[in-house]
Design a protein around this ligand. Structure first.
Ligand SMILES: Cc1ncc(C[n+]2csc(CCOP(=O)(O)OP(=O)(O)O)c2C)c(N)n1
Ligand SMILES: [Mg+2]
Length: 559
């Protein structure tokens, strides 16, 4: 039977199990939108392609499954770039399908022609420019296989309009693209790893997004407990170990608690699992865990030794490596090490000043956490608010925190929250945003209302690009340059204009009660929370410094 390229794409997406796609139509993907109309897939009309890309990311991050977004050629494709680059740095499986001008017009500077293939080459795991309708039968399943295999990542499929409208006979449909099996870890390396763990006196697990991605959080907890190994996490790994677990040391690096970075400095064995030694985690690399031997487990061989040469580098699926490790590793009770960590925790705790007051940064996060539903998903934007959330929200399971870690993209939070809510309609989604970040994709409030998603935007409003202000205060002699908004809009009124319920804790007589009320109501809402502009995220490792040279956040020091 004859099918158009567009019909083939939609059919193959359906066969991949795709049920929702975010995007925006335009001239070069009209055949695709026409075919979408008669298929089973629900379309979410974003208000900006970057929003569509982040909605897809929200779906993928919340579920671990590959998600899809659509954009037209030219500006549609260029608007998607930031969301694609963001997915690449955080290893998120997304397939972005863009329209392209018809094949004969490629290279002619045609209307809305842009070299999407060339532009996306350095920011994707793989990308395609499809040149014939028949190729789609291979390309679409392959795009899904590549996006989800090994270390996941974004794949772009750029499809000229005539490839979408061309018709071919399809006798049989290809199998959906499934993740390929990963390389089996080397037995001898796993043995060596187990032996080193057995011999270590002060071991420490340093975990990240790879643990979440591999579904290895439960295993990690069992390993930590069996051999009494404390765990520290990157921003991307938060939730893999419950915050209140006695062996959990919180986030490491630039905004870690003092005791966490001190523990890293004292450990004699660092077991790095599903992490990439990002500079925000390690600080000055030469001084990171300088007394420790390093074991590094990662599915991506190119990460092993990229930043820090491990004593043992194990390439493999971290879940498989940890499963084998757990089977053979010895039971250990490292009383002395645990006692030392407790001492560090008591002497150098993470201070959260103002935590009683919902209009202070920590108070806002903690009051929101206690009023939120227990299985709420949390998204953030980028800035001080992101770090306050990372430090103080009691995350208790993987995929609970969705945040832009690698690229650090302002504007991520709202559309990612919409995507998470669409993928998990029974869950509440809290989006902690900043007044700078929210503005970057504020148009998606319209999408949120249209879809009636259960998202609560908690806007931590300091009338500043707060993290920039903080750096200028600390490292540029308080010469504030372009970090203050001299005119602040009325965000609650804007939200109401988009059709959301909105609350303002600045004018509420009972801010904590108003916050609780807002979180208890169904559907999308925005809560504006004025917070002081001077408040800072502490402790902080100055950029380029060693983690142990952090500043601020000391007991009895007024900071
Ligand atoms: C798209 C983008 N542009 C610029 C930056 C640099 N940047 C990092 S944090 C920040 C300030 C964020 O302000 P806001 O969203 O209000 O958060 P706050 O720090 O005030 O909590 C800026 C400009 C960025 N991360 N992303
Ligand atoms: Mg701000």
């Amino acid at each position: 039977m004859q099918h158009s390229g567009a019909e083939i794409i939609i059919r193959l997406l359906e066969r991949q199990g795709i049920t929702q796609i975010a995007g925006i139509p335009g001239g070069a993907n009209l055949p695709l939108y026409d075919a979408l109309k008669s298929g089973l897939i629900k379309h979410i009309l974003a208000r900006h392609e970057q929003g569509a890309g982040f909605i897809a990311q929200g779906m993928a991050r919340a579920t671990g499954k590959t998600a899809v977004c659509f954009g037209t050629s030219g500006p549609g494709a260029t608007n998607l770039l930031t969301a694609i680059a963001d997915a690449r740095l955080d290893s998120i499986p997304v397939v972005a399908i863009t329209g392209q001008v018809p094949l004969p017009l490629i290279g002619t500077d045609a209307f809305q022609e842009i070299d999407t293939y060339g532009l996306t080459l350095p920011i994707t795991k793989h990308n395609y420019l499809v040149r014939s309708t028949r190729e789609l039968l291979d390309v679409i399943p392959n795009a899904f296989r590549i996006a989800s295999s090994g270390r996941p990542g974004p794949v772009v499929v750029d499809i000229p309009k005539d490839v979408q409208s061309g018709k071919i006979d399809v006798e049989s449909w290809p199998e959906p693209g499934e993740p390929a099996l990963s390389k089996t870890p080397d037995d001898r390396q796993v043995e060596q790893m187990v032996q080193m763990i057995g011999e270590a006196k002060r071991p420490l697990l340093y975990i990240g997004g790879g643990i979440v991605c591999a579904g290895a959080a439960e295993l990690l907890r069992r390993i930590a407990e069996k051999s009494s190994i404390p765990v520290t996490s990157t921003l991307m790994g938060l939730g893999a170990m419950p915050t209140n677990h006695p062996l959990f040391l919180g986030m490491l690096g630039m905004h870690a608690a003092r005791y966490t970075n001190m523990a890293l400095d004292e450990c004699d064995l660092l077991i790095a699992a599903g992490v990439r030694f990002d500079d925000r985690a390690t600080g000055k690399v030469a001084q990171f865990c300088s007394h420790a031997k390093i074991i590094h487990v990662d599915i991506d061989a190119s990460e092993l030794g990229k930043i820090k040469m491990p004593f043992v580098g194990v390439q493999g699926d971290v879940r498989e490596v940890l499963t084998r490790t757990l089977e053979t590793m010895p039971v250990r009770d490292r009383g002395e090490w645990y006692a030392r960590l407790c001492e560090l925790k008591t002497k150098f705790p993470l201070l959260m000043p103002g935590s009683e007051d919902p209009k202070s940064p920590y108070g806002c996060v903690l009051h929101t956490a206690s009023a939120a539903e227990p299985d709420a998903i949390v998204t953030t934007d980028v800035g001080q608010h992101q770090m306050w959330v990372a430090q103080s929200f009691p995350f208790s399971y993987p995929r609970q925190l969705l945040t832009s870690g690698g690229l650090g993209t302002m504007g991520f939070g709202l559309p990612a929250a919409i995507g998470a809510a669409l993928a998990c309609p029974d869950r509440q989604v809290i989006c902690f945003s900043g007044d700078g970040s929210l503005m970057m994709n504020i148009q998606e409030l319209a999408t949120a209302v249209e879809e009636q998603v259960n998202i609560k935007v908690v806007l931590m409003n300091n009338s500043h690009l707060g993290l920039v202000r903080q750096q200028q205060e600390l490292f540029y002699g308080a010469r504030f340059s372009a970090s203050k908004f001299h005119h602040e809009p009325d965000f609650a009124a804007i939200a109401r204009g988009f059709g959301l319920d909105a609350y303002d804790l600045g004018t509420a007589s009972d801010p904590a009660g108003t916050l609780r009320h807002a979180l208890s109501r169904p559907g999308p809402c925005l809560i504006n929370v004025p917070i002081p502009a001077e408040d800072k995220v502490f402790p902080m490792v100055p950029p380029g410094a060693a983690n142990k040279d952090m500043i601020g956040g000391e007991v009895n020091v007024n900071s």
